[in-house]
Design a protein around this ligand. Structure first.
Ligand code: G3H
Ligand code: 13P
Ligand code: ZN
Length: 307
């Protein structure tokens, strides 16, 4: 069933687990995610970025997600990284139950005022709002404390931001970054900073850039022709530490992209005369579903259907 982001995150916070938020761009990804959620009896965020909306169209995406949400699990239809009000308004009009206003690239005061505007728009329709504070990008060890403070979410500023905007959840920057090249040497998140943020704000926190950059999927993709050097993602241990530290929503896109790519490459390499996309996308869907089910176990959302 389609439910609000706020209710799913409140239950996750009470139960001390996190809900996976998976980026979808087409039917195969969507079906992999929803089938995994049903099999794992897990609540799930199904999210579309502005890029997904440009690619597939919000009419198609929102209707497909509403069909998926007929499944017997809680589904939040979420706008990921809304940067333009145009997309936020469109999402609310199309029945999204949660939107992200990502104005983290603007000045602090501008981030506050645009987030306030979205909270006012969304609350009229019972839509929950995720906001972002700090820059979601990797930070090297040699960076000074002052520089770190300029990039990562500052605990005191988080308290002020949440109080002034009234957002429902907050995406924090603690050293993760988007994509497949998150770290140069070894994965390292600022879990201490997360603890300080947690002590200043009580709302559910969100971890972006949370993919592991699945070594298994990288290996399969490379075995069948991909060239993917120097990729590095998060360790499962640190993601679990972040969940223990108050993260209730964990965003995953890159691991799905890798699984899709690995599945298509493997299938076509083994069936070189196959031209039917329904066939060559089937293994991709199987691999994506495996990834999603693994995340649901890792984050503790499996079997939380009735919680
Ligand atoms: O945070 C970014 C997500 O991975 C979505 O990426 O904007 O290329 O759809 P995208
Ligand atoms: P990854 O690139 O680590 O999958 O992060 C996805 C994300 O944060 C989407 O908002
Ligand atoms: Zn993100």
């Amino acid at each position: 069933m389609l439910v609000s982001g706020k209710s799913v995150l409140q239950k996750a916070q009470e139960g001390r687990y996190a809900v996976g938020a998976f980026n979808v761009n087409n039917l195969e990804i969507l079906r992999a995610v929803i089938e995994a959620a049903v099999e794992k009896k897990s609540p799930v965020f199904i999210q579309t970025s502005e890029g997904a909306i440009d690619y597939a169209g919000i009419e198609y995406l929102s209707r497909m997600i509403k069909v998926a949400a007929k499944a017997p699990v809680s589904v939040v239809m979420h706008l990921d990284h809304g940067k333009k009000l145009k997309y936020v308004r469109q999402a609310i009009r199309h029945g999204y139950t949660s939107v992200m206003m990502d104005a983290s690239h603007l000045s602090y005061e501008d981030n506050i005022s645009i987030t306030q505007k979205v909270v006012a728009l969304a609350s009229k329709k019972w839509v929950s709002v995720e906001a972002e504070l700090g820059m979601i990008k990797g930070v090297e060890d040699k960076v000074s404390v002052d520089e770190k403070d300029a990039i990562l979410t500052h605990p005191d500023q988080a308290a002020d931001f949440v109080a002034r905007t009234g957002c429902d959840s907050l995406a924090v920057a603690i050293g993760t970054s988007h994509g497949a090249f998150k770290f140069k040497q070894s994965p390292k998140l600022d879990i201490d900073r997360l603890g300080q943020i947690r002590s200043k704000v009580s709302l559910p926190l969100v971890l972006h850039g949370a993919s592991a950059v699945s070594p298994k999927m990288v290996e399969i993709a490379c075995r069948y022709g991909a060239v993917l050097p120097d990729m590095m993602g998060n360790s499962d241990e640190e993601v679990v530490a972040a969940v223990r530290g108050g993260v209730c929503k964990v965003n995953i896109d890159t691991d799905l992209r890798l699984a899709f790519c690995a599945g298509v490459r493997e299938y076509l390499a083994q069936h070189p005369s196959e031209i039917d996309p329904r066939k060559f996308m089937s293994l991709a869907k199987t691999y994506m579903k495996e990834i999603v089910m693994g995340k649901m176990d890792l984050l503790g959302s499996a079997n939380k259907i009735n919680n």
